[in-house]
Write a protein that binds this ligand. Structure first.
Ligand code: HEC
Length: 172
């Protein structure tokens, strides 16, 4: 019995040491994501899209303070963006542009800017100031998301463009 306890203690002790060692080298951070960077960043971006849509719906409904949780989500996800774009992670499933890696400092700055804009939105929402929140929200899509999508993302196909008007109506 005694010997078993000692053994368990040794095993536990080395497990803890292992856990500490791996967190010290940052191993536990990378475990947050899978080995598929494209899938991970698309998952994160979907959360961005859903969070922003939710914030806009709350703005419409006048639930100003409730927007803060969406804005805080966006502030946090923005910090994860650069790590999800490792060099060489451009596949045919990705809508990322190669410019990301040619202008890496600008890409990082765009992610940082998203964080700043999201915190602005969060603070306005927390203050329950409807006019201030509306003012930040009005520019948010273009300021926080568009400034990165425009230079660094292949635009998604436009849904259902109306057909171009005929050049000339032929008389019957
Ligand atoms: C720093 C750059 C950057 C910022 C900031 C950014 N995005 Fe993106 N986003 C991208 C890139 C690049 C892709 C394409 C990723 C890929 O397919 O590999 C993308 C893809 C997406 C997608 C498509 C995901 C899918 O299903 O494939 C959505 C939705 C999206 N972003 C929403 C947002 C929203 C909403 C914001 C602002 C709150 C935002 N993004 C901010 C760079 C950014």
């Amino acid at each position: 019995m005694k010997i078993r306890h000692v053994k368990t203690g040794i095993v536990l002790g080395s497990l803890i040491a292992l856990a500490l060692a791996s967190s010290a080298t940052g191993q536990s951070m990378t475990k947050l994501w899978t080995s598929d960077a494209v899938a991970d960043r698309q998952r994160l971006m979907k959360l961005n899209g859903a969070s922003w849509a939710d914030a806009q719906a709350k703005l419409k409904a006048g639930s100003i303070e409730a927007i803060a949780v969406n804005a805080e989500t966006l502030a946090l996800t923005s910090t994860q963006i650069p790590a999800l774009f490792p060099e060489g992670s451009l596949t045919d499933k990705s809508k990322a542009k190669p410019e990301i890696w040619q202008k890496w400092a600008e890409f990082e700055a765009a992610a940082k800017n998203m964080g700043v804009q999201a915190e602005k939105l969060r603070d306005a929402a927390r203050s329950k100031d409807q006019a201030a929140t509306e003012a930040v929200a009005k520019e948010f899509g273009r300021q926080a998301c568009g400034t990165c999508h425009q230079p660094f993302r292949v635009p998604p196909p436009q849904p259902q463009q109306p057909p171009a008007p005929p050049q000339q109506l032929q008389p019957r």
